[in-house]
Design a protein around this ligand. Structure first.
Ligand code: ADP
Ligand code: MG
Length: 451
């Protein structure tokens, strides 16, 4: 199986083509539903707003149904959209949030067969009280609660049978789209994005690796009493079954429930911000999927991180240059900004630094005049328009693959901060983490000046 990425065979061609057609026709229908409203010049502003909201709701439902039929990467995409309360219309957030942990589940007999194959016994033989009905089901797996023979309360995450073939198919179909896109937009190198996806997706299907990633982050953050990561129960873990200590906590997006327990959402937002500053800037290894289905809160507050399937290791040089970029952005030092972007691997068509400066500035501009800890949707049209104008003159032709999951985290964090109605001062919080890397940075610079 030399040319498969996940080790699984893709679905048959008729299946693959149907996926393409299903996705394509759904998006065309959605496009038209908006276009019709846009073209209708006779609508009063109030009526237009009402129709747009109705179109958001029906489009979100269409996408929801499509995702539950398609599974795989489409569910992951919907989880991302539903986590972007900062920029996505509330209708999308409401409908698609169900896909964070309430995807229609597989029948128990399929789950039992997979456990038997992976762990060598029927779930009822291996565990006490293995619950028939899953407590949650998400993009790759469903989770059942059980008790081990020695009395530990556990969550057993069982991969959906056949999901590896779906993922393999998605990767191949996306590769085709990327090739088409590359023709339409020859200036940009999409291969970088594809290469990163090809690395991340197979990793997500390997639960042994996921267990190790969770232990690594747990070690890195073990000094923090306000962060908890469930322990892995290795004797009941295999490539497609991950058993962890069960933690009964509140989903991070259930704000009224948090408040009822005396938990301050802003304190939760601060813990999250610090956790990501430390993972990315200090350890260079991070949980890359902070959507609300993977984050829970216990009184304290203690933030619980679940699901390390999508974890990322940064090369040391990349991590340090990222710290350098952060410092340059904070101090608004345009020269440093451009140097850091280039050192990270950003490329533009011409030597003109204006595009990279504009990109750097857009980070701040997008949070509004009062520098919120999340993107301000009201200022985005203006920021995007300005950025597009500058990028048109000198396009960014390449972005480094290693930045993609950092961008993903930044996007998800922005959505989360908005949900938590956070007033965390991000600049103040991140500065000491970035500055702590300054000494290493200087060493690196000296080394390269000497060499
Ligand atoms: N150790 C645990 N304790 C409590 N609930 C858990 C635990 N592990 C998973 N869950 C529940 O199962 C859901 C799916 O698990 P997750 O690891 O996120 O799977 P996926 O990779 O498919 O997203 C979570 O959103 C959470 O509700
Ligand atoms: Mg998850």
């Amino acid at each position: 199986m030399a040319n498969t990425l996940t080790g699984a065979r893709p679905l048959s061609w008729p299946h693959r083509i149907r996926r393409f057609v299903d996705v394509g026709s759904t998006f065309l229908a959605i496009y038209w539903s908006y276009k019709r409203i846009q073209r209708n010049k006779k609508l009063t502003p109030a009526e237009r707003e009402r129709r747009i909201s109705a179109a958001h709701r029906s489009s979100a439902k269409r996408i929801y149904r499509l995702a539950t039929r398609m599974e795989g990467l489409l569910i992951k995409t919907c989880q991302f959209i539903s986590s972007r309360a900062d920029v996505a219309p509330p209708e999308y957030v409401a409908v698609l949030s169900r896909l964070q942990d309430r995807v229609p589940a597989r029948p128990f007999r399929d789950v039992a067969a997979l456990i038997e194959h992976e762990l060598g016994g029927h779930p009822d033989a291996i565990f006490d009280d293995f619950t028939r009905r899953p407590i949650a089901s998400a993009s790759l797996a469903q989770v059942h609660r059980a008790r081990t023979k020695d009395g530990r309360d556990v969550a057993v995450k069982v991969q959906y049978p056949g999901i590896d073939r779906v993922m393999e198919t998605d990767l191949r179909n996306i590769a085709i789209l990327v090739r088409i896109l590359a023709r339409i937009e020859p200036n940009f190198d999409f291969r970088v994005i594809m290469a990163e996806l090809n690395k991340d997706v197979p990793g997500e299907l390997d639960f042994v690796r996921e267990g190790h990633s969770s232990e690594r982050v747990a070690r890195d953050l073990s000094h923090r009493a306000d962060i908890r990561i469930p322990a892995v129960v290795w004797e009941h873990t295999a490539r497609r079954v991950l058993t962890t200590e069960f933690i009964g906590a509140t989903k991070i997006s259930e704000i009224p429930k948090l408040i009822e327990q005396g938990i301050d959402p802003n304190q939760v937002a601060l813990i999250m911000t610090e956790a990501y500053c430390e993972q990315i800037l200090v350890h260079g290894f991070f949980h890359a999927d902070p959507h609300p289905g993977n984050l829970f809160v216990l009184p304290g507050p203690v933030v619980v991180f679940l699901d390390f399937g999508l974890s990322k290791e940064l090369p040391e040089g990349f991590r340090l240059n990222y710290a350098r970029l952060v410092l340059a952005l904070i101090s608004q030092d345009e020269d440093q900004m451009v140097q850091a972007f280039r050192a990270l691997g950003f490329k533009t068509k011409s030597e003109d630094p204006q595009s990279l400066v504009a990109l750097g500035q857009s980070f701040f501009e997008s949070t509004g005049a009062d520098q919120k800890p999340y993107i301000d949707a009201d200022v985005m049209p203006e920021v995007n328009e300005r950025l597009a104008r500058i990028l048109n003159a000198n396009p960014v032709t390449e972005i480094p693959g290693d930045i993609l999951l950092i961008f993903r985290v930044l996007g998800l964090m922005s959505g989360l901060q908005k949900r938590l109605d956070s007033h965390v001062n991000v600049v103040e919080t991140i500065t000491p983490y970035a500055q702590a890397q300054a000494a290493r940075l200087a060493e690196l610079a000296e080394g390269s000046a000497a060499g």
